[in-house]
Design a protein around this ligand. Sequence first.
Ligand code: ADP
Ligand code: MG
Length: 350
Amino acid sequence: MTPATPRARCPPEGIQLYIRISMVGEGTYGKVYKARNRETGQVVALKRMRIDLDREGFPITAMREIRLLKQLQHPNITQVLDVVPESGNAVYVVMEYMDYDLSGLISHPQWNPDPAHKKSLVHQLLNGLEFMHAHGILHRDIKGSNLLVNQQGQVKYVDFGLARSFHHTRMQEFTNRVITLWYRPPELLLGTTVYGPEVDIWSLGCVLLELYLKRPAFQGQNDIDQLEQIFKLLGTPSPEVWESFKKLPWACYMTPSTRYENGLQAALTSKMSLGAVELISLMLSLDPKARPSAAQCLGHRFFAEEPAPVPPTTFPVTGDWHEYESKIERRKRKQAAKSQHQRRSSGTIN
Ligand code: ADP
Ligand code: MG
């Protein structure tokens, strides 16, 4: 009798190679999962992207995001490890796994990083942005949930779904309906369609302010309210601070009737060093032309003053903590408070 030949073990292929652990994000295009590679044990992130075909039948949006992420190899930009097609109309982008996002961390009541840790995050964020802009890419959706953090204290940009190439020497026309409202610069709210890297500098300025204040700086309900909140803190623009303001398409409809003075420096000096106040104030210049480039920000005196930057390595949660988990937690707390309130009020009736 011939001995049975051992059956060759088929290595898992495609998406079967990964075992899902949990969901960590749910966004515009699809879901993001924490997963493990069955062969190597490596923990990864899987972003499932629907493929919407354009008129020519080409999956332009998903392809653009994947191409940009693959092209931008930098320690402060999330690395793509693989792209796995799913049967039907989706692909999985396999990325290095990041434990937290900045939105989740900032909203965590027990996360209070030291000035040196904050400085490291600011420095890394500017480094990543400088690299992106030097490679002719605008991100156009910078906000806490698109900035990932790992347990080594590295911070990395993700979500290039709205990113576009730009020319360094020639201003181009784009849509102004980009960038999440709270991080959208005043010139876009006022209808400009000709812009460049200074829009990302504004958004990052808002994120840095949020890092120090522990809450989003401008939380507008709509475009007009957003602009009102910006002017309330930074002052209503005058020709001296923003010469071309009146030429913007919607300036005459959207200028607030109340005149506000710039109160940013006064509001911030008790919360951060003078260098940090100065850097954030420059990044949040109302006039886009007055905003420094990412390279200029990196040369700011804030980075020369004490303390030296140190990456944060202690976090309030050992597991994952993204905007997704923090929203679930907030919903649970609200629900618990509501049921407690209901229990109390039914107790008084009985
Ligand atoms: P969307 O375009 O849907 O906003 P994102 O790429 O921003 O998609 O992903 C949604 C969320 O998933 C992010 O805000 C983040 O919390 C989480 N996430 C994305 N990529 C990773 C990753 N590589 N590691 C860990 N979490 C991630
Ligand atoms: Mg996102």
